[in-house]
Design a protein around this ligand. Structure first.
Ligand code: G6P
Length: 606
């Protein structure tokens, strides 16, 4: 989704802005632009398509001199991805330039009002009302103009603003859309996420909703909607620059798949001491825990599927009913939630608009909120009562991999931890050995599938792929199919294997690829029957099973393997060959793997 950068200092701004925008490319975008200011005023350069076009247009920034500027990558919402609709937008008098992430919900009446006032619009965007409002309210004081403008806006916005009368200053405004200030030495920055900042500074200040900031090369001032100064503390970002680079891999996605053993280990191992799980960050009292009669898990995309994968471990171990709901549905569903509900919110970015809205809705009905989040200091983390971080490190590829596996790992740990505290673990023992073995098993799942690139050559030209499985295998099938769709653009559908005969089997005919997940010995024979059903209708079966499973050989055309793993915790391991399969199919199809079309990494609008 859209990305923002801002710079003020003594270096030329344009190359720094372009570099920052490149770091934000992973968020997904379809046009880009920068506005740079010098003594002569503001010059704006915009392009359709990639940052590379903007570099070409500006001679890598050399043709737009100035030490102050703002930049933007736009993911089209209101208006097509054209140069006119790209940000920055400029006021009619040329005094202000604005970049915006988010959606202005009341832009239509504002546009009518401003048009009646005589302002001319050059784009179809909701954003353009902002820059005209700033011009309208400006009478010599930019801060006041920004406060008055923000008072008129409904919706979500992170804004970057420059004013031609104030060289060396950049302004930022935040409401329900992430924006982070970077405090350097003799230079200051803002950006919509830290990946654009870490090359310059590790000292960051998280703006809160309703806050404004005025940055010069040597000052950072934050103020509220009354113009009063707000004291802010800088935090230190632990991610290093290399963590957000490809490190020799062809794509971030492949690098992130390979990083999973380390990410899962970083998430699990520090939380296990002396054979027991410890969540020092969770101060839920025994009484509170005993009072929980329902767990609701909510999230979007792969995070939702991680919830589906974690659900059965929680139910089986804790004996508490668990519902998993898509955040975009939950928010409007008048949910049955009260003070005895624990809401588990899962989000890699912590900024997904639907997820945040569902969180707020459930909270207003009394639920306690436990967030499972990767990005430290993100909105979901701040809104929750308790936050458990997945220590996956920065995830750049749009299609999540290590985000998903670390989320599932946290849910497994919560299942064991809560069950133990509730005295319900019984014969299961501590299960910590099983959890601690997951990083090793993830590594084995990577190592034991060297045939995937050649399998991708066999299957990449199919028009669709079905994924089938039961229980956890089904939950993993959902994520496997999503990975395939997202990056290879192959039509992929996941079905509960036992449900096939109630309709979907009508679609199975000669040479239809079916990926059959068969990793749980206790229900293997049931899934085997479904494999035989599709096989006898001519399907090509690519079975995913544990190594050494001889029984499956006669039924499968091709095999993907995982090592033996406790079925309670198997999703973290099972998904790995499916991630690799999607990756290599996408590669065969020549797709833009890290930045799939139409998708965004962090979906900060509804
Ligand atoms: C987008 C991404 C998905 C992600 C989903 C939820 O759709 O493309 O990969 O699973 O958002 O994101 P979150 O940051 O909340 O986990």
């Amino acid at each position: 989704m859209c990305g923002i950068v801002g710079y003020t200092g003594s270096q030329q701004a344009a190359p720094i802005l372009l570099d920052g925008l490149k770091k934000l490319e992973y968020r997904g975008y379809d046009s880009a632009g920068i506005a740079v200011m010098d003594d002569r005023g503001i010059s704006v350069s915009k392009v359709r398509g990639r940052i590379a076009n903007l570099c070409e247009k500006t001679d890598s920034g050399r043709s737009v001199p100035g030490v102050t500027g703002i930049g933007h990558t736009r993911w089209a919402t209101h208006g097509a991805p054209t140069e006119e609709n790209a940000h920055p937008h400029i006021s009619n008098d040329g005094r202000f330039a604005v970049v915006h992430n988010g959606i202005i919900e009341n832009y239509i009446p504002l546009r009518e009002e401003l048009t009646a006032d005589g302002y001319c619009f050059e784009s179809e965007t909701d954003t353009e009302v902002i820059v005209h409002l700033i011009e309208k309210y400006y009478s010599g004081d930019v801060r006041q103009a920004l406060i008055k403008t923000a008072n008129r806006l409904r919706g979500s916005y992170a804004l970057g603003v420059i004013c031609a009368g104030e060289p060396g200053k950049i302004y930022a405004v935040r409401e329900a859309s992430p924006l982070i200030l970077g405090a350097g030495s003799g230079e200051n920055f803002f950006a919509s996420d830290v990946t654009a900042l870490v090359a310059h500074t590790r000292n960051v200040i998280y703006l809160e909703d309703g806050e404004f900031a005025e940055l010069t090369c040597d000052s950072v001032n934050v103020f509220d909607c009354l113009g009063h100064a707000v004291e802010k503390k800088a935090s230190r970002v632990m991610w290093d620059v290399q963590a957000a680079e490809k490190g020799g891999y062809e794509h971030f996605m492949l690098k992130e798949i390979m990083e999973q053993p380390g990410a899962v280990k970083a998430t699990i191992a520090p939380r296990i001491k002396d054979g027991r799980i410890r969540f020092d960050e969770l101060d839920i009292s025994d009484e509170e825990l005993a009072g929980i009669n329902k767990i609701m898990i909510t999230a979007c995309g792969s995070a939702y599927y991680a919830g589906c994968a974690g659900r059965s471990a929680i139910e089986r171990l804790c004996r508490i009913p668990v519902e998993v709901q898509l955040a975009s549905e939950l928010r409007y569903s008048d949910p049955l939630i009260d003070g005895h509900t624990l809401l588990i919110v899962i989000s890699q970015s912590g900024e997904t608009a639907d997820t945040i809205a569902a969180l707020k809705e459930c909270r207003s009905r009394g639920a306690k909120v436990l967030a499972v989040v990767n990005v430290v200091g993100s909105s979901v983390a701040k809104l929750a009562d308790y936050t458990v971080y997945t220590w996956a490190g920065p995830e750049i590829a749009v299609a999540t991999t290590k985000g998903y596996t670390t989320q599932a790992a946290v849910l497994y740990m919560l299942a064991v931890y809560f069950a133990e505290r509730l005295g319900r673990l019984g014969e299961s023992g501590g299960l910590t050995e099983e959890l601690l073995s997951l990083p090793r098993l993830v590594q084995q799942a990577i190592d034991m599938n060297p045939a995937i690139p050649s399998l991708a050559k066999k299957y990449h030209a199919s028009s669709s792929v079905f994924f089938i499985g039961r229980n956890t295998d089904y939950a993993v099938a959902l994520e496997g199919a999503l990975k395939m769709k997202e990056i290879s653009y192959l039509h992929a559908e996941a079905y509960a294997a036992g449900e096939l005969k109630h309709g979907t089997i009508a679609l199975i005919d000669e040479h239809q690829p079916v990926v059959a997940l068969c990793c749980n010995p206790s229900i293997m024979e049931k899934t085997m029957s479904n494999i035989i059903e599709v096989k006898s209708r001519g399907a090509e079966v690519l079975a995913l099973t544990f190594q050494g499973n001889q029984k499956i050989l006669p039924a499968a055309d091709d095999l993907l393997f995982i090592p033996e793993v406790d079925p309670l915790f198997s999703a973290v391991v099972e998904i790995v060959p499916l991630q690799l399969l999607a990756y290599y199919v996408a590669k065969e199809n020549g797709c833009d793997i890290d930045k799939p079309k139409n998708l965004a990494k962090s979906v900060t609008v509804e």
